[in-house]
Design a protein around this ligand. Structure first.
Ligand SMILES: [Zn+2]
Length: 104
């Protein structure tokens, strides 16, 4: 098995698993219950992870690259919050740090 993806939110992880499933790639969700351990462990080791069989890993990584490329084109460039100066990914309409709406 090989880890092909990890994200802090289950939504992204679920989306990736759906896409893999549509491509006929079986995946396994790991770390689902580890979230409550955050604080004791480095935070990115608590993220939900998507694992696939070694034979599917190349294809799975290609699916994920395509997804990330599509997301970054749709969302536009990253933007800098005028209130707190945080840099936010293009898909976010609000600053993740202070909650300021992008259109303000
Ligand atoms: Zn902000």
């Amino acid at each position: 098995m090989k880890k092909v993806y990890a994200a802090p939110d289950l939504l992204s992880v679920g989306h990736v698993r759906n896409l893999l499933g549509q491509g006929g790639i079986e995946s396994e969700l790991r770390n689902y219950y580890l979230g409550s351990g955050a604080g004791d462990l480095p935070v990115n080791e608590c993220w939900p992870e998507v694992w696939v069989d070694d034979v599917d890993a190349d294809r799975a990584e290609q699916v994920i690259r395509n997804l990330q490329a599509a997301l970054s084109t749709d969302a536009g460039p990253a933007w800098t919050c005028p209130r707190c100066g945080e840099i936010n990914e293009g898909q976010f309409g609000e600053c993740w740090h202070c909650g300021l709406s992008r259109s303000d």
